[in-house]
Ligand binder design. Sequence first.
Ligand code: ADP
Ligand code: MG
Length: 754
Amino acid sequence: MYDAVHKGNGVFEVHTIKGAFLFMNILLFRPKAKASFSFIGEDAFAFFKRKKGDFMMKKTVPEYFGSLVFDDRVMRAMLSADVYASLKKTIDEGAKLDLSVANAVAIAMKDWAVANGATHYTHWFQPLTGITAEKHDSFITPAPNGSVIMEFSGKELIKGEPDASSFPSGGLRATFEARGYTAWDPTSCAFIKGKTLCIPTAFCSYGGEALDKKTPLLRSMQALNKQALRILHLFGNDTVKCIRTAVGPEQEYFLIDKEMYEKRKDLCFTGRTLFGAKPPKGQELDDHYFGVIKPRVTAYMEDLNEELWKLGILAKTEHNEVAPAQHELAPIYSTTNVATDHNQLTMEIMQKVAAKHGLVCLLHEKPFAGVNGSGKHNNWSISTDQGVNLLSPGDTPYENAQFLLFLCAVIKAVDDYQDLLRVSVATAGNDHRLGANEAPPAIVSIFLGDELNDILEAIEKDEPYNGAEKTQMKLGVKVLPRFNRDTTDRNRTSPFAFTGNKFEFRMVGSSDSISCANIMLNTAVAESLKIFADELEQAGEFETALHALIQKTIKDHKRIIFNGNGYDDAWIEEAEARGLSNYRTTPDCIPHVLDQKNVDILTGHKVFTYAEIRSRYEITLENYSKTVIIEANTMVDMAKNEIIPAVEAYALELAKTAAAKKALDAGLACKYETDLVKKLSDLTDRMAEAADALEEALLGLDEAADIAEEANMVRDTVLVKMCELRLACDEAETVTAKKYWPFPTYGDLLFSVK
Ligand code: ADP
Ligand code: MG
């Protein structure tokens, strides 16, 4: 028997393991070789499959980057020129998709997916749970002779009908109208996860309301596109086709040991620790930030990068963060809806890869008290299809004028819609960061840096700008000063910082989808641009009107600009004096989504219908209460079933020791044991009482008239009682012998991954 037989035209039949090995070598060392192979014989094929993993590893990054993505390269190669052109028109310009094109794309997608080992497909979507959802269908279709063929149609690609009844809808859908629809989003590439072809989709109800986070995001991008184009046309740019927002989300996370994680019910049920005395060492020494990455973490990051790269995700920067066991991953920025899909996938893969390494990746905003929590810095910019970043100061005064107008649009948007931005990041987890003496504060403000600040001040006061080029400001656009990009300082405390050619919105929580933040940001900026365009389109002399508009906007909205220390208590007072809002908690801010001005812009730009806003209001408040209630129940359980029995056992041992000592010598005082037993006994009473009080607070929630009142009660009673219980238990931890403590401590969790 031959190892491999050449059947002509570069087609080989592989018969043996040796043949399979040869085949791998050809692919490895001559990737461009025009040979194809079919396997004859189970052994050879099994060998190839077993080894394929190792073999993939040896490929270079550019060779395997995006190998699991149905991207432009694959489309170009697999679609006919007509179909490709038609699909591109849909992707780039939003043109309607023909069913015949969809059919051709579906067949190519299926062939590609099957060749890459896929057996199933799914419409991948982002329901209001904040995570992604998928329902798998296999490609198999029965053939008349009893066998099956792999099939996938355009109809199946375009539309899915998952049962929507168990996803949160906030009253948008009665359970009897279970039907929901998923619709293909061709602007985000399909990809393979495991054995499943995942097709990014939008998700809506039978009545057409958006039940997901992607639909309103796409709508907000469209709204911003429409208004920004009006402005660019006013500046004489007639060739621009569209503008897009781009986002680079920096993702913070903690990595802890899986075995330890499994011993803690709080981590398992709630993603954060609900108990834990402060360890002797925390983040005081700042020795973790940018520190040398430990071998186990390095191995994790390598594996993670590889998985992300295969999925076409541009994972770029990785480093240790401020808190022990805390790290960060930042991708290269991409168009907002793609960045959003990729961030959702990144979070999922981060957790999967961690499990393979015996680790757990914690995405919660505040997994540990006393050390920094985790956020997701949303780096945001607006660019034209011609590649011009509209938030880049540029090199000429003309560009500067356009830049200043866009800058003013953002300043106005953030000032007018502070509350919507705060709403967009509100969750029970994120409340532990915002408004809790941690970066960033709950007050929304903008950091511009000294140079831009001076320029805006000069424009506002009609004074010369004394920066790099001393220029008289008041005479209109032509003499607006030149200034260089990237001259801003860094300010780590600002929630919304200008960083040279983009804004960094730092309030987003680490576990949250970035879609909400970008929906609100895009819509608020679209509204500023609309108001500007309305005014400028009517104006007589463009340059004079432009200068006046920029000046007026600075005057009206400068209160939102704050270049100082956002952690400072003095800022809270000053912000109040400036009339800025300070919503410390989720129940404080969420009701404001229903304020008339907010409903007006969200519906006005067709980003949400009123019913959709109302549903988000309900779901956010409901999630807030549910999250805290689960935490409270977990605390009661851990206190009563684990902590109190452990403390009692230790007290018993101490009492036994004292009794034994006294039996030896009745004169012994046994002061240590006696005092400690007393202390432990007092603490036990305190813990038991606090646990009862917490249970009572939970029962009290039944009295709440509606979800808003329930959320307020959760904040004012349940969270307060949780703190009391924690204080007593954490104190007990400090005086209980280590071997009695029922689960790993902060010291164990934060410092054990080497
Ligand atoms: P730092 O931690 O110093 O803020 P990082 O390098 O960790 O910076 O992250 C910066 C993020 O900003 C990256 O995701 C990067 O791709 C993104 N970014 C850079 N330029 C732009 C831009 N023009 N628009 C949007 N995001 C950008
Ligand atoms: Mg960073």
